[in-house]
Design a protein around this ligand. Structure first.
Ligand SMILES: Nc1ncnc2c1ncn2[C@@H]1O[C@H](COP(=O)(O)OP(=O)(O)OP(=O)(O)O)[C@@H](O)[C@H]1O
Ligand SMILES: O=c1[nH]c(=O)c2[nH+]cn([C@@H]3O[C@H](COP(=O)(O)O)[C@@H](O)[C@H]3O)c2[nH]1
Ligand SMILES: NC(=O)CC[C@H](N)C(=O)O
Ligand SMILES: [Mg+2]
Length: 514
């Protein structure tokens, strides 16, 4: 696969550059700016894009462009800091500017160029910088300007090194994708061949050749990622796939039956592990959210480990463990190795499994983004119900039952949540919101039902719109709809006499309540 390497200089938009490039049909991978020669050579890049970044080229610890990048002899495009780093490298001058540019700006093209093919003479771009190029290096020319950046787009005379001060990767830049595409197609001469269909057939072939007649174990949650992995593997190795579904007792109403049924439909049999009792027992008396998360995470690993060892005894030749790791997971763990970020929540996942289990890891989705994974699911015929499912946290309903988790509280929440989901689907709202669920509060309030005084629990409804779960806005669900859901919950769920709607954004709140 012909690859474009994006070198990360620390921009907020680095991932976005990778996504945009892939969206327009070329395969891109991200590497840190100081990636070694070998790392780069392994990818055999046909073009390099240098991202933006928070630094200034003239400051002490500013990242530079390693010499071997230029030795690759492939076209280079610098974005924002990337442009400034190019200018600095070749002896031009970059300085702090009195006129900074944040947000909208108008780009005026001053010279015809292959990267402006089919673009108007002037259009809106989005900027975010306070340094600017004051003097070009020798053998560089300016080909577009903006009001505050006389050198808004530059290139070398040879025509293989470009720099743009604005951000073509953000959606606010008009023709941003076209500029990236022009650079890749017209300057780097690459072929547009990144298609999910190609990826799927290649991946299936690859897995077949790797696994041969051995068996592969997979933790199947019923979420999109592990479901897509299941389908890919099933197409590659058929019955040699052993998917394991752990029922923690903290799942939604009917979830177990639905997961099993949905996979049965496609011919995949699941090993169903009933661990309800174990999880409920482990959670007895625990109220602290972090303690709950840790207990569940550890127990999950134990249960999965024991199941895996039993299966190994039974089958003998299980050699691999498949995981639904995605590219953002990889990027985030790389980034957090370098930075110290504050932990908000302990996320439960199978991260602890690989060290414990005697299997090799297969991660077929490790270079993909969520929307690409969905696309693969579509290509492989993953049932709609799974494809469009809202995200569901590993610790499940335990983090939606505030305070102690008991069999009774699980039951109440399952019923209330089920009504909310059913109504969202019935009213064509389920696919319009990013994630929705009910939360059970540990307080009782007074109500009146049929002339009786009641003293019962409160259910909170949460529904958010988001792109990636990192930030979120609450959904403006219609009043009549909320009214109807509240009425049904109070009427149908015993133990609940009040329903409230959560209207906080993230930040400052998180999406889940614990
Ligand atoms: N109940 C479960 N039974 C079996 N495996 C599970 C279960 N819950 C999680 N897993 C495994 O742990 C992985 C991580 O879980 P987590 O919920 O953190 O991931 P995710 O990104 O939501 O992935 P998915 O979309 O597959 O649920 C899943 O991809 C799956 O392989
Ligand atoms: O796999 C997961 N394991 C977890 O432990 C976990 N905690 C929260 N979430 C989901 O992550 C998104 C952001 O949630 P928060 O705003 O609550 O942190 C939301 O979509 C949450 O549902 C989890 N997913
Ligand atoms: N977004 C960027 O890459 C900023 C680059 C540089 N630090 C500036 O402010 O000009
Ligand atoms: Mg999940």
């Amino acid at each position: 696969m012909e690859t474009i390497v994006i070198l990360d200089y620390g921009s907020q938009y680095t991932q976005l550059i990778v996504r945009r490039v892939r969206e327009i049909g070329y395969y891109a991978e991200l590497l840190p700016w100081d990636a070694s020669k070998e790392e780069l050579n392994n990818l055999n890049p046909k073009a390099i894009i240098l991202s933006g970044g928070p630094y200034s080229v003239y400051s002490d610890k500013a990242p530079t462009i390693p010499e071997h990048i230029f030795k690759l002899n492939v076209p280079i495009l610098g974005i924002c800091y990337g442009l400034q780093a190019i200018v600095h490298y070749f002896g031009g001058i970059v300085e702090k500017s009195r006129k900074r540019e944040f947000g909208h700006s108008i780009l005026k093209i001053s010279r015809n160029d292959p990267i402006f093919q089919n673009l108007p003479d002037s259009f809106n771009v989005w900027m975010s910088h306070s340094d600017r190029v004051e003097k070009l290096p020798e053998n560089f020319v300016e080909i577009a300007t903006s009001e505050n950046s006389p050198f808004a787009v530059i290139k070398n005379i040879e025509g293989n090194i470009y720099g743009v001060q604005f951000h073509p990767e953000v959606s606010h830049t008009e023709y941003g994708k076209e500029i990236l595409k022009n650079f890749i197609a017209n300057v780097a001469g690459m072929e547009q061949n990144w298609k999910m269909e190609n990826f799927v057939s290649k991946k299936i072939e690859e897995i077949k050749n790797l696994v041969k007649n051995d068996k592969v174990l997979l933790g199947l949650s019923g979420g999109v990622d592990s479901s897509v992995v299941a389908l890919l593997l099933y197409k590659a190795i058929g019955k040699n796939l052993i998917p394991v579904f752990v029922n923690t007792g903290l799942l939604r109403k009917n979830e177990e039956t639905e997961v099993i049924y949905n996979f049965k439909k496609i011919g995949i049999d699941i090993v169903n592990v009933d661990a309800k009792e174990q999880f409920l027992t482990a959670l007895k008396g625990i109220e602290d959210p972090e303690e709950k998360r840790k207990k569940i995470g550890h127990l999950f690993i134990d249960v999965f480990y024991n199941t895996a060892m039993d299966l190994l005894k039974k089958h003998g030749n299980i050699k691999y463990l498949a995981q639904g790791t995605l590219y953002p997971d990889i990027i985030e763990s790389k980034v957090s190795e370098r930075k110290t970020a504050v932990k908000i929540k302990t996320h439960h996942n199978v991260g602890g499994l690989p060290e414990k289990l005697p299997f090799k890891i297969i991660e077929p989705l490790r270079y993909l983004f969520k929307d690409e994974v969905r696309k693969i699911g579509e290509i492989l015929g993953l049932p709609e119900e799974i494809l469009n499912r809202h995200p569901f946290p590993g610790p499940g309903l335990a983090v939606r039952i505030i305070g102690e988790v008991t069999p009774e509280s699980v039951k109440i929440l399952q019923e209330a949540d089920h009504i909310f989901m059913e109504e969202l689907k019935r009213n064509n709202l389920y696919d319009k919101v990013w994630q929705a669920f009910a939360v059970l509060l540990p307080i009782k309030t007074v109500g009146v039902m049929g002339d009786y005084r009641t003293y019962e629990n409160v259910v909170a409804l949460r529904s958010v719109n988001s792109e990636d779960g990192m930030t979120a806005d609450w959904s403006k669900l219609p009043y009549e709809f909320l009214n109807h859901v509240a009425k049904r919950i109070v009427n149908e769920v015993e133990g609940v006499n009040r329903v409230v709607y959560d209207i906080t954004t993230k930040p400052p709140a998180t999406i889940e309540w614990e």
